[in-house]
Write a protein that binds this ligand. Sequence first.
Ligand code: E4P
Length: 226
Amino acid sequence: MKFFIDTADLTEIKEAASWGALAGVTTNPTLYSRIGGTLANFPAHIEKICALSTGPVSAEVVGELRSDIIAEGRELAKIAPNVVVKVPTTIEGLAATRALADEGIPVNMTLCFTVPQAILAARSGARYISPFVGRFDDISEDGIEQLSLIVNAINNYDWTNVGVPGEQVEVIAASIRSVQHVTQAALVGADIATVPFSVLRKCVEHPLTTNGLSAFAADWEKVTKA
Ligand code: E4P
């Protein structure tokens, strides 16, 4: 499973990228608003994220009609070669995804919750599909179970050349809220997990690692004094 970071915060992206295990970035309008982003600064900000990330950077459209989504998607794709256009899983979104994929523009279909939505997203040419785990949990459903169903359904088929030629669709476990979500996403075979910075940190840090390190340091101190 690859790790993406789910943020629009440049400091977080820079720090996570420095760990050497980051494969991409996902953003959305909420994450951009959270860092105090403005409309005028949006393309420049996405460009900065693209420069920090060696992998794909998902930038989300806000239009809801296919014509608006296509127009916005084309503009976003011009920002950098690693931009992926994030499009909602709606009828208009499917139509726009097909048009963008036919132009060679990679699309991440977001706000995906069910197997039929995921299959339709892949069939419309999406490069990535983002099932939301946490938001399913929020309504007392089992988000990981839904993710698992989507991974299994997608893996039943060969998607070569359905979207951007030569590329397979990948499932991104999104709306990840905990280390446990990350563990479960890997166990059910998600291709990618997009993880907020705070959770990413917790994925690395463990009290037994910290305590073990302190014990080794203390014992080494004895060795140096012996
Ligand atoms: C990423 O692609 C999604 O937009 C994001 O993970 C949503 O997370 P949330 O449900 O915690 O807002």
